[in-house]
Design a binder for this molecule. Structure first.
Ligand code: ACO
Length: 322
């Protein structure tokens, strides 16, 4: 049997940091409120000239070095992003060109905060069915470009960043299971209402911003993590003890704590980076994974569970033998 194994990992954060104290000078908020309601202390923000592809490329180069492969070995590139550089070509094609790779399939997946899980699920299917042997799976976002910096309900929540894993075909696990889901009923609760086909608000040109009903999204997120926990337990025959580490999407510390509780995971085995990164959407899981691998918590052979929830709504999970 062929499995997809994580052969390398890398991440990248823009140098510019915006703290809660910085936000206090811009909007009617406080460091205390943000930390208490979200757990966020600071976020990295792309500077002018930095793009989703440039930070995604930086993460990809680090993952390629970590896996000790050459760009020429790559035969699939999938980028999870909701903030692509351009309408087209895809961010995956832009990164492919920068890496000097030619010919292999390269495409973006738009599943908002579940983007990395969707991309991982797809790459896993390619590898298991012989469609690829060495895949780059990238989550990269410049959410600051669709954040309304005058709206305190959303401005405090988001950040920019990128993470990447190299997946390689192997006869040993590997990705053990993946699940991806969507329910389009809740479009209005979390959206950017303008876009290519519906058009833009001509009186506020360019103002395509994240809009969110925070309370309703919070409730749905917690309920959905319960569903994710049940589905994953079924895979593992109910033995959550087999999971060494839980790496959830990093939206809000209160959602992460609730999700860990649903799973029965003690917080010592939960990777949380939301304090330092805020919500980086599809980049948040590979960023958190990379940090925990670098600081020595997650080791080769550990079983790691990823879970995400985002606009759409979309959600999903993956269990991986690292
Ligand atoms: N600073 C200070 N006060 C604020 C701020 C702020 N930044 N934002 C809101 N408030 C105020 C409100 O106006 C309200 O005041 P009032 O009681 O006088 O009316 C009070 O704080 C409480 O507001 P709530 O919205 O009820 O606060 P809540 O505890 O729900 O926290 C939050 C808000 C953090 C947004 C929370 O609802 C949340 O995390 N929601 C989920 C977000 C999320 O997970 N998104 C995930 C997906 S993102 C994606 O897919 C791109």
């Amino acid at each position: 049997m062929t499995y997809a194994r994580i052969a390398g990992i890398g991440s990248f954060l823009p140098e510019k940091v915006v703290t809660n104290k910085d936000l206090e000078k811009m909007i009617d908020t406080s460091d205390e409120w943000i930390q208490e309601r979200t757990g966020i202390k600071r976020r990295h923000i792309a500077s002018e000239g930095e793009t989703t592809s440039s930070i995604g490329l930086a993460a990809a180069r680090r993952a390629i070095a970590d896996a000790a492969i050459e760009p020429g070995d790559i035969d699939l590139i999938i980028v999870g992003t909701t903030t692509p550089d351009k309408i087209f070509p895809s961010t995956a094609c832009i990164i492919q060109r920068q890496l000097g790779v030619r010919g292999c399939p390269a495409f973006d997946v738009q599943a908002v905060c579940s983007g990395f899980i969707y991309a991982l699920d797809l790459a896993n299917r390619f590898i298991k069915t012989g469609g690829a042997r060495t895949a780059l799976v990238i989550g990269a976002e410049t959410l600051s470009r669709i954040t309304n910096w005058d709206d305190r309900g959303t401005a405090v929540l988001f950040g920019d960043g990128a993470g990447c894993v190299v997946l390689q075909a192997s006869d040993k696990p590997g990705i053990v299971s993946t699940h991806i889901h969507a329910d389009g009923e809740y479009e209005e609760l979390l959206q950017v209402r303008y876009g290519v086909s519906v058009g833009y608000d001509k009186t506020q040109a360019g103002q395509a911003f994240i809009e969110m009903n925070g309370n309703a999204v919070f409730k749905r997120a917690v309920e959905t993590f319960d569903k994710i926990a049940r589905e994953t337990m079924a895979d593992l025959d109910g033995a959550v003890g087999d999971i060494d580490w839980f790496v959830p999407h990093q939206a809000n510390m209160r959602i992460i704590t609730a999700a860990a509780k649903k799973l029965g995971m003690p917080m010592e085995r939960v990777i949380a980076t939301v304090d330092e990164h805020a919500n980086t959407s599809s980049a948040s899981i590979p960023l958190a994974l990379d940090q925990a691998v670098r600081d020595g918590r997650i080791k080769r052979g550990d079983t790691v569970m990823f879970a995400a929830f985002g606009a759409g709504f979309t959600w999903g999970s993956a269990v991986v033998k690292y």
